[in-house]
Design a protein around this ligand. Sequence first.
Ligand SMILES: [Zn+2]
Length: 54
Amino acid sequence: MKKYRCTVCGYIYDPEAGDPPRANPGTAFEDLPDDWVCPVCGAPKELFEKMNQT
Ligand SMILES: [Zn+2]
């Protein structure tokens, strides 16, 4: 699963870690609820960008 980076504060959403208690470990970014926001700065999902991984 892809990691996503907050373009506002640089927080990285790692699907393997999730965002407990709002998102269980293993939750893909795409599967987060639409009202999920960055746990650090409160930015909405639209301000996250997919990280390129090899
Ligand atoms: Zn943020």
